[in-house]
Design a protein around this ligand. Structure first.
Ligand SMILES: CC(C)(COP(=O)(O)OP(=O)(O)OC[C@H]1O[C@@H](n2cnc3c(N)ncnc32)[C@H](O)[C@@H]1OP(=O)(O)O)[C@@H](O)C(=O)NCCC(=O)NCCS
Length: 392
C-alpha cells in the first residue's frame, strides 16, 4: 500500500439553516468555493494535478443532485480531466469521502484526490424534498425511518443520560466555541462568500456577495437557561433545541496526495488517515454509533484511548455524545474532546460534517502539538463511523 498524505484540510463557516448567513447561498457555491480555496492554499498544487473528487452529501438531490461531485470541481474552474463522484453515508458522508479519497491514493489508482463534504440544509431539508419510505418495509421495520430526535430520546432514557447532564454538556460546547472564536482558534475556516438577492426598484432582484468569517449559530448559554427550554421530540423527554445539534449549511475539503507526488510538487504532508471503521447498531438508538466505532478503529490501529490527543465526536445530540464518551471510558479526557465546541454550538451540516470535523481535528492537533486524532459520528439508520488521523 502506498503512503497517502493529507496536504490541506479546510472548511467554510457553518451557518444556521433557513435563518443563517448562507440561507440564499446554493450548495454548489459553497462546495466549489472551498474546493478552489483548498487548492489555492496548497503551495505547489494546481487544479490539473487533481485526479478525482469524492464528495460527501447526505441528501444528494435537487440543488445537491445530478452528481454534485462532478459539477462542483467544474464550477471551481478545475479542468475536464478532474473526475468526481458523490458519496452518501448520511452523517458520515464527508468522512467516507476522505476515506475513499485516501484509499484511491493508497491503492495507486490516483495520485492526488480530494475528499470533501457539503450540505445546504436550507436548500435540501433533512429527509429530502419527498420522503417515500418502502410501503411494506416501513411497516415491518419502522425504526429505519424514525426521527433522529426520537433516537436521541431513546438513548437518554435507556442509558440514563439526565436532562441536567445534557444541558451541562451543551452549555460547555457553546462556551468552548465562544472562547475559540474570540481567540481566533478556528484556523481551519476560510472566509467564504455568501449571496443574497436584493430587490431593486424596477422589481427585479440583484445577487450580491458578502463574506462570512464565523460560524453563526454560536450563542451564550447557561445550564439554567437551557433547562427552561421545552422538549421538542417527546412530551416527557429531555432533548431540546439547546442540547441538539443545529441544522446547518456548510462545506469542507481535504486534499490527499501520494508520497511521490508530494516529493515531485514539493507539497508539505500534514497528516494521514491511519484507519477508518464503520459499524452498524440498532436503528432506534442510532446515536450509540461512536461507542462501537471508536473502539473498533482503535483496535484496527493497535492504539488505545490514552494515545489519542484530540477527539472530535459529533454532537448530533448531547445524549448520544455523552453516552458514547462514558461507555468508551474517555470522560477523564474531556479536555481532549471537542476542545473548541461541537455541533451543538457549531452546527451539523449532515454530509459535510465528517469533512468539517477532519479539518477541525487536524487544526486542533496542530494547536496542541498532538499526534493522533479521532473523528467520529453516529449515522442515521443505525451506524457509527470513526477515523484515526496521525500528524506527520
Ligand atoms: C432540535 C431542532 C428541531 C430545533 O430546531 P429549531 O426549533 O429551529 O431551533 P431554534 O434555534 O429555533 O430554537 C428553538 C428555541 O430554543 C431556543 N434556543 C435554542 N438554543 C438555545 C440555547 N443554546 N440557549 C437558549 N435558548 C436556546 C431558541 O432561542 C428558540 O427559542 P424561541 O422559540 O423562543 O425563539 C433542530 O435543531 C434539530 O432538528 N436538530 C437535530 C438535527 C438532526 O437530527 N440532525 C441529524 C442528527 S443524526
Amino acid at each position: 500500500m502506498k503512503d497517502a498524505y493529507i496536504v490541506q484540510s479546510v472548511r467554510t463557516p457553518g451557518c444556521k439553516q433557513n435563518r443563517g448567513l448562507f440561507k440564499e447561498t446554493r450548495p454548489e457555491e459553497l462546495i466549489s468555493f472551498i474546493l478552489k480555496a483548498a487548492v489555492e492554499k496548497t503551495r505547489g498544487l494546481e487544479p490539473e494535478h487533481i485526479d478525482d473528487v469524492m464528495l460527501g452529501c447526505a441528501f444528494p438531490e435537487a440543488e445537491q443532485g445530478l452528481n454534485l461531485g462532478r459539477i462542483a470541481p467544474k464550477m471551481a474552474g478545475f479542468p475536464d480531466s478532474v473526475s468526481g463522484a458523490t458519496v452518501n453515508r448520511f452523517c458520515a458522508s464527508g468522512l467516507e469521502a476522505i476515506a475513499q479519497a485516501s484509499m484511491r491514493v493508497q491503492m495507486g489508482w490516483s495520485d492526488v484526490t480530494i475528499g470533501a463534504g457539503v450540505e445546504s440544509m436550507s436548500f435540501v431539508p433533512m429527509g429530502g424534498n419527498q420522503v417515500s419510505p418502502h410501503p411494506e418495509f416501513s411497516v415491518s421495520d419502522p425504526d429505519m425511518y424514525i426521527s433522529m430526535g426520537i433516537t436521541a430520546e431513546n438513548v437518554a432514557a435507556r442509558y440514563n443520560v439526565s436532562r441536567e447532564d445534557q444541558d451541562k454538556f451543551a452549555s460547555e460546547s457553546q462556551a468552548k466555541a465562544i472562547a475559540a472564536r474570540d481567540h481566533g482558534l478556528f484556523t481551519e475556516i476560510v472566509p467564504t462568500p455568501a449571496y443574497k438577492y436584493v430587490s431593486q426598484e424596477d422589481g427585479t432582484y440583484k445577487k450580491e456577495a458578502f463574506i462570512v468569517e464565523h460560524d453563526d449559530g454560536i450563542r451564550e448559554s447557561s445550564p439554567e437557561g437551557l433547562a427552561k427550554l421545552r422538549t421538542v421530540f417527546a412530551v416527557n423527554g429531555s432533548v431540546t433545541a439547546g442540547n441538539s445539534s443545529q441544522t446547518t449549511d456548510g462545506a469542507a475539503a481535504t486534499i490527499i496526495a501520494s508520497k511521490e507526488k508530494c516529493d515531485k510538487l514539493g507539497l508539505e504532508p500534514i497528516a494521514k488517515m491511519v484507519t477508518y471503521a464503520t459499524i452498524g447498531c440498532k436503528s432506534d438508538e442510532m446515536g450509540v454509533g461512536p461507542r462501537y466505532a471508536i473502539p473498533k478503529a482503535l483496535e484496527q490501529a493497535g492504539l488505545s484511548i490514552d494515545d489519542i490527543d484530540i477527539y472530535e465526536i459529533n454532537e448530533a445530540f448531547a445524549s448520544q455524545a455523552l453516552y458514547s464518551i462514558r461507555e468508551i471510558g474517555i470522560e477523564k479526557y474531556m479536555d481532549r474532546i471537542n476542545i473548541h465546541g461541537g455541533a451543538i454550538a457549531l452546527g451539523h451540516p449532515l454530509g459535510c460534517t465528517g469533512a468539517k470535523l477532519t479539518a477541525t481535528c487536524l487544526a486542533n492537533l496542530k494547536q496542541v502539538n498532538g499526534r493522533y486524532g479521532i473523528v467520529s459520528m453516529c449515522i442515521g439508520g443505525g451506524m457509527g463511523a470513526a477515523a484515526i488521523f496521525e500528524m506527520i
